[in-house]
Ligand binder design. Sequence first.
Ligand SMILES: [Zn+2]
Ligand SMILES: [Zn+2]
Length: 363
Amino acid sequence: MTVTPGGSDREALMLACPACGSQQRHEPGTKSLACTACGARTAILERTGATLVEQPYDDWVHGNTGRQVASLGGVVMRCEGCHATTEMAELASVCQFCRGHLVQVTSPDGVVPPSGVLPFLLDRRQATDAFTAWVTSHRLGIDELTTINAAESFTSTYLPVWSFSATATTTYEGRRGDRKPVRLPDDRVEMHTEWQDAAGTVTTRIDSQVVEGRKVSVVQDRLVRNLSLEGTVPFQPEYLAGHTATRYDRDPASAFEEVRRAAEKKRIPKDVRDHIGGDRTEVRSALTGYSDVRFALILAPLWVLTYIAAGKTWQVLVDGRTGEVAGEFPVDGGKLARLLLTWLGKLALVVVGLAAVVYFFNR
Ligand SMILES: [Zn+2]
Ligand SMILES: [Zn+2]
């Protein structure tokens, strides 16, 4: 564990309200902490400078000497409320004795600290509204869905995601075909493809591509895909107060691998084909190298709801900024059967109608 010079207690963030001593938490949609007891507010100091600083990936690889995050320990933190000490790998959690907020201010050696955070914009009530709208739109869901007390069950957590930027340089060989009219001996004109060898170098810029740093839910994929980094602010631990935040469990090397695979599957082949041009294009070989690779760890806000229905556990996530919902729900067998019967009924009418028409014309 790392100890911040000059203070023995600075592993955790001090969150006591200056007015009454109760715990403060980040208030969604604001840049302030609010006291849970007296409502007093404290502004979160803003760090100056660029909104998102990606660090050079090569520097990190050399400095980290192959250590994997799974092998790195937690940070010992002392609860401000009951003074119990807890070792935890999470960036933010709650004290198991008094439910006080615990927020790390330092990261252990070898763990990439967050560079940026997308603070919560939606509070619990707004997340509940998004959930209610989602439930209402799924008319096949069982009736109990509408009775779930989402407001009480929602928890707020930050999902760690990686952002990668790089320049990909691809050297290729192939050929381009151009359709040209050719006059035949009998004076007819036919289109022929004229092939020409092509070779060259093309660069593809990858800008702040997002990949997940951890799987906190089986239903998170779409939200991660749609995640916008717009609104990212330089990381301040205060934004985690009152929420939970887990450490990433996917190392930067594995995340960069995914970024490369995605680029080499779609964007780079397209750039190469566009570079070759022609009416027809063939790529024989392509070799891609990466330079100026930079990355950052960013925390993205999620409201998480786990509920039990039809004897199973289901999960729903609400994006803490956009209100986009991703989740699972139990389908009502009766409603589904009625819907299918309605469809089958319509289909049967169409079939009978068509049969009548065919019979009529074949008479
Ligand atoms: Zn207070
Ligand atoms: Zn405590």
